[in-house]
Design a protein around this ligand. Sequence first.
Ligand code: NAP
Length: 350
Amino acid sequence: MNTKTKFRPADPLGIQRVVKPKGVLPQQADVIDASLPIAEDELLIEVESLNIDSASFHQISEACEKDVTKIERHILNLVSERGKHHNRVTGSGGMLIGKVVEIGPAFPIQEKPVRVGDRIATLVSLSLTPLQIRRIKKINPQIDRVDIEGTAILFASGIFAKLPEDLPETVALAVLDVAGAPAQTRKLVQDGNTVVVVGGGGKSGILCLYEAKKKEGVKTVAVDYSQAAVERLSSLPFVDEVIQADARNANDVMQKVWSATKGRMADVVINVANIPETEMSCILCCRPKGIVYFFSMATSFTRAALGAEGVGADVDLRIGNGYTEGHAELSLDLLRESPELRKIFTEQYT
Ligand code: NAP
């Protein structure tokens, strides 16, 4: 720790860093101040990689015509304008990995043990994390990862995980980004349920399918779009049925789920597709009084709520909280216990 630093006053929620509009929390803010020095209760991180939220990366990539040079410029402009990587269209962020380089003297280390030099993954969104990028080293468009040189600040209220030693860091980064999804799946799915995962071939989808199948007598159904995702899913022992469909086509998905479940439909539907307009296929796949869990950041509250009302679907619509207690360890443990998950994540993210 640099004892000569003059720290800003402690501010556990980071409100003093909000530039505009004044008085709101950093996540709501249009612009935040990511400059140094840190506050007495903040952590300074030398950042290595950003894991951009999949819905956000997809949107940026489309807007930049998949041109990596344009994506790079877009990311640099966004972060220099807002002081954070907060996508203006999707509203989402992502998370990062890096090394702790300074700890404010009032950071709550009793509750959140950490030392200078520790390598950590932040578990709060980039949409509220003060960030400065000096240089983008590499953009990995297939896996939404951006390797950078820069600094980020974690507020005292923020959460993080130390990077595990038994898994490659980039794999841990990918898993931790979506750790809330399998952790919430554990809470939502009951023995004997039929569980449909829309966008099931992606990171969070595969973790949710595995976690759901651990309950007694569960039937898992994955819906995904591309041939590659369908082939990947078909080889997995914890996926009972694979449906190839465009989740934006609600009627088609509903009919295919009806066939796969012999008309029973799903007790729990989990939406992890990284594109907009998939709400109605999820709602139509759900049985009356079942649960639709929207983890996707491309979800529209209006489309989901008015859409369900419009078709008279009495289903429980849940917002996908990215955090639940113990979610980081739970999600990393899934890779430790399943050779199939470990293989897929290692092949894709190292
Ligand atoms: P991912 O790995 O990119 O997976 C998304 C999946 O959706 C892919 O398998 C993709 O299939 C599929 N998909 C895309 N278009 C589709 C379509 N038209 N029909 C059916 N499937 C389609 O994403 P992820 O990292 O698991 O993230 C999933 C979602 O969770 C994203 O929206 C992300 O923003 C969100 N998220 C939420 C939180 C939270 O706190 N709630 C945290 C992190 C992420 P293809 O490969 O075939 O394109």
